[in-house]
Design a protein around this ligand. Structure first.
Ligand SMILES: [Zn+2]
Length: 313
């Protein structure tokens, strides 16, 4: 079997990786008379694909040849794994590759989509988890499942990578977008950095606001101790928050997006006078099924909306 790919594809990080994956796995199989003589990987202009194709791909068969085509490099990798799936390869768990005793080329030749585009059902397929470490095996597995975004809480991302590049390089080679942030406004304003000098930056009812630094679990180091929500009506909070987000993105260009989510919970929002004044209905209180027995909390979503333009600056 021969492989055709332009010099541009061979030199490209993601497309080159797709080609290497194809060669690696097909090298483990028997080639029979139903197999194409040539497999070609090619990138076509977006105009040749539906507008919603994103990292979709086409499998195009002609006499003796199978073409894997996409408008995006990431789509080529998706196409490679699709071909491998049709041939009988399976990737059921991280670090577990199942390969067929004999590649099922007949099945691949019968699969739907002759020349038509395989369009992912969802533009973003996200692997999100916390309280687990991100490992090379998980990244490799995510690529094979056609995951195109990995999302990690900020503090866990820092522990995952430890300032190193191995995981980041693996994610980059698979064309997977990195998204960092998730629940934890205070991750951007760590209480161990700011809490003693600026206790007023944290929610009025949180112990840190009173200068008390006690981890309720007694287990967390100061760097991971949560101070809950921050005081969103304080302009110094927004300025430092924004500076830290921008600084993080500049120092970590591999991170494409940040997710700015409040800390979990509805009854932990700052209840200082100026925060309550941001509420369009200051007297209104909110409860959920989960918090029926707790004191009703001030509504809080409007505060995020109020603070957002300042963050954007
Ligand atoms: Zn406040």
């Amino acid at each position: 079997m021969e492989y055709e790919a332009s010099a541009e594809i061979k030199a490209s990080k993601v497309a080159g990786f797709a080609l290497a994956e194809l060669q690696k796995y097909l090298g483990m199989t028997q080639i029979d008379e139903q197999a194409p003589e040539v497999i070609e990987l090619s990138l076509g202009p977006p105009s040749e694909f539906p507008a919603d194709a994103h990292d979709g791909f086409r499998l195009v068969r002609s006499a003796g040849k199978l073409g894997i085509r996409s408008a995006q490099e990431r789509g080529l990798l998706n196409g490679v794994y699709e071909v491998l799936n049709h041939l009988g390869f399976a990737f059921p768990f991280p670090d577990v590759d199942r390969r067929p005793a004999k590649a099922d080329w007949a099945r691949l030749n019968k699969c739907d989509g002759e020349g038509s585009c395989f369009i992912p059902s969802f533009r973003h397929r996200i692997l999100h988890f916390d309280n687990l470490r991100l490992t090379p095996a998980m990244i490799d597995w995510a690529g094979k499942l056609k995951i195109n975004m990995i999302q990690r809480p900020l503090h866990e991302y820092k522990i995952d990578t430890g300032g190193g590049t191995e995981l980041v390089d693996m994610i980059g080679a698979r064309g997977i977008e990195l998204n960092v942030g998730c629940h934890g406004f205070d991750n951007w304003l760590p209480p161990c950095t700011y809490g003693r000098e600026h206790p007023e930056w944290y929610a009025s009812q949180h112990p840190v606001h009173q200068g008390i630094f006690i981890d309720p679990t007694g287990e967390l180091p100061p760097s991971e101790f949560s101070a809950g929500q921050v005081c969103l009506s304080n302009p110094d909070v927004l300025a430092e928050f924004s500076a830290n987000v921008v600084g993080f993105l500049k120092a970590n260009p591999q991170v494409r997006t940040v997710s700015l989510w409040p800390n979990d919970g509805i009854d932990n929002w700052c209840a200082c006078e100026s925060c309550l004044a941001l509420e369009p209905e200051p007297g209104r209180r909110e409860t959920t099924e989960a918090s029926q027995d707790d004191p009703p909390a001030p509504l809080s979503r409007d505060r995020c909306v109020s603070a957002a333009p300042q963050r954007a600056e």
